[in-house]
Design a protein around this ligand. Structure first.
Ligand SMILES: Cc1cc2nc3c(=O)[nH]c(=O)nc-3n(C[C@H](O)[C@H](O)[C@H](O)COP(=O)(O)OP(=O)(O)OC[C@H]3O[C@@H](n4cnc5c(N)ncnc54)[C@H](O)[C@@H]3O)c2cc1C
Ligand code: FES
Length: 510
């Protein structure tokens, strides 16, 4: 079970070719074990298998059914957090190198599609950033100057290709990309298997240890994998309790998709400058129709439960900006992890020699995941990695205090959560819930997560997140429990959908 089992389904999930893989039932040995079969894990497994390493990939759900199937798959080298912010926090040299990593990631995807014959609809196209409000125009000026300073190819355009409004002057980033993530992951899996790699679905990592030159990954069903190295590409690291989780925070983001007449929406990536910014692209459907995919509406995970209003606002934005939009066929949500200094954490896990992690993807997790594979693979085969110092999970983000108001607010949210232990519940009894709803109930000193099924039966679990003990919150859209502290998600019966938690919610005490 994983986030693929949340209620909403993305366009990609509906058309995904099922990737069959058995669960792991016996102990196994390999050069490298990869935990997590999303873009980051499969890309790294592919690079290692190509290099002749024996790899085993395990996933707690179906292969390739995690956050990567909830993406909108812009392959952007433009930065959603803005390069002028990145320069402020990490300096010009690191910002330049970061841009280089994103270019390398898009190039790598293109090369893998070509070399492995993967028909993932990879396209090169321009990306446009426009000001949603006049007051944001100064940010575009700053971004233009920052990009020019570090040598990024960017130009002014008179307007963005958004048919419904005149966006005014905007920034154009050439040579961005887009693809179909389901077809790409399926192609990676084929290529890994052709090189002898093994994949196991429904196989949950619960424990790991490093002894000498060997790492052992223990699975929930008891089978153990021994390897020379382990990579945790679980979106949010399940091998680490604190070190990384205090340096990133979880945000929910939303996407909708609907049909448009072919040619009515230009083929481009488009972003606006709102704080919870909108992002748009098309995907070919047929000779006469494309699918317009639009995202936005972000908020700190677990802190809002107004998803219907957010999705309605996203639909209205889409109609205003793309008048040919024929209505919403797909609605979904997912979670991104925002790192404190705008860059992912990819490399050796703090304190380990042969355990590696990839996380902290921000809204650019596809390119960051591939950049992570280009970082971790050389480290494992004992070569230099250009990006390793940049993405080092142990890095001290010295300058991050200068900017990260949002991050500080996020951490304050975690502290506020502790106060919920002593506050009242949201409901007085399960009778206060309608079928299909969940709420937090106080019971003596405990907080309980109560869900009422459509048939009226009630499921009650402890409301204490099994990661570090924050109180979980109801997500009415996905019908699951979200932890605002570090982003764990739990099904209504308490099973883990997404880490960092590994253990299910406890049974409610009598
Ligand atoms: C709505 C939305 C739009 C987005 N748009 C873009 C975009 O346009 N461009 C972009 O670059 N990025 C975008 N992103 C971000 C990007 O899609 C993600 O960051 C990225 O796909 C994450 O990939 P991953 O491999 O790290 O995680 P995942 O795809 O989630 O893979 C991790 C895997 O680990 C498994 N796992 C977890 N715990 C365990 C365990 N204990 N044992 C075994 N397996 C485990 C999970 O089941 C999962 O399959 C978007 C995200 C969302 C939600
Ligand atoms: S995810 Fe860390 S306490 Fe819940």
């Amino acid at each position: 079970m994983n986030v693929g089992d949340e209620r909403s389904t993305s366009f990609w999930m509906q058309e995904a070719e099922a990737i069959d893989a058995p669960p792991l039932t016996a102990d196994a040995r390999c050069d490298v074990v990869v935990v997590g079969a999303g873009i980051a894990g499969l890309s790294t497994a592919y690079e290692l298998a190509r290099f002749g390493r024996s790899v085993i990939v395990i996933d707690r759900g179906r292969i390739g059914s995690g956050m990567t199937l909830r993406t909108t798959a812009h392959l952007a080298t433009a930065l959603d957090d803005y390069y002028f912010e990145l320069i402020r926090v990490r300096g010009k040299d690191e910002a330049r190198l970061y841009h280089d990593s994103q270019v390398a990631a898009v190039n790598r995807i293109e090369a893998i599609c070509r070399d492995e014959g993967i028909d993932a609809g990879f396209r090169r196209l321009d990306g446009y950033l426009f000001a949603a409000e006049d007051k944001h125009r100064a940010d575009l000026e700053k971004e233009y100057e920052a990009c020019r300073t570090i040598g990024i190819d960017v130009a002014w355009a008179d307007r963005a290709p958004v048919p419904g409004i005149d966006t005014g002057r905007c920034l154009r980033f050439p040579d961005q990309g887009r693809f179909d993530p389901t077809r790409y992951l399926a192609g990676l899996v084929r290529a890994i298997r052709q090189r002898g790699g093994l994949l196991y679905a429904d196989t949950v990592h619960v424990h790991d240890k490093e002894e000498g030159n060997e790492v052992e990954v223990e699975t929930e069903a008891g089978a153990r994998i021994r390897a020379g190295a382990a990579i945790f590409a679980t979106n949010s690291p399940t091998n680490d309790k604190v070190a990384i989780h205090s340096k990133q925070m979880p945000n929910r983001t939303y996407a909708i998709a609907g049909r448009v007449a072919k040619g009515s929406v230009p083929d481009a990536l488009v972003w606006d400058s709102c704080e919870a910014y909108h992002y748009a692209r098309i995907q070919e459907l047929s000779d006469t129709e494309d699918l317009l995919i639009v995202g936005g509406g972000d908020h700190r995970s677990g802190e809002e439960n107004d998803m219907d209003a957010r999705l309605a606002a996203l639909e209205q934005w889409t109609r205003d900006h793309y008048p040919s939009f024929g209505g919403t066929d797909y609605r979904w949500s997912g979670q991104v992890l925002e790192p404190i200094d705008f860059m992912p954490f990819s490399g050796r896990n703090p304190g380990n020699r042969n355990i590696y992690i990839h996380t902290g993807d921000s809204g650019q997790g596809i390119t960051n995941g591939v950049a992570g594979s280009l970082t971790i693979m050389p480290l494992i085969i004992g070569e230099d990695s250009r990006y390793a110092p940049l993405f080092d999970p142990s890095r001290k983000s010295a300058n991050s205090a200068v900017s990260l108001g949002e991050f500080v607010r996020g951490q304050a949210g975690a502290v506020k959560n502790l106060a919920e232990y002593v506050g009242p519940g949201e409901i007085g009894s399960p009778d206060d819930l309608k079928p299909g709803e969940g709420g937090i109930l106080r019971s003596g000193l405990s907080k309980l997560a109560v869900y009422k099924n459509e048939n009226g039966s009630v499921i009650t679990r402890s409301a204490v997140c099994t990661h570090l003990g924050c109180i979980i919150h109801w997500n009415g859209f996905e019908k699951c429990w979200d932890c605002p502290c570090h982003g764990s998600q739990f099904a209504v019966d308490g099973q883990v959908l997404n880490g960092p938690a590994v253990q299910p919610l406890a049974e409610a005490a009598d």
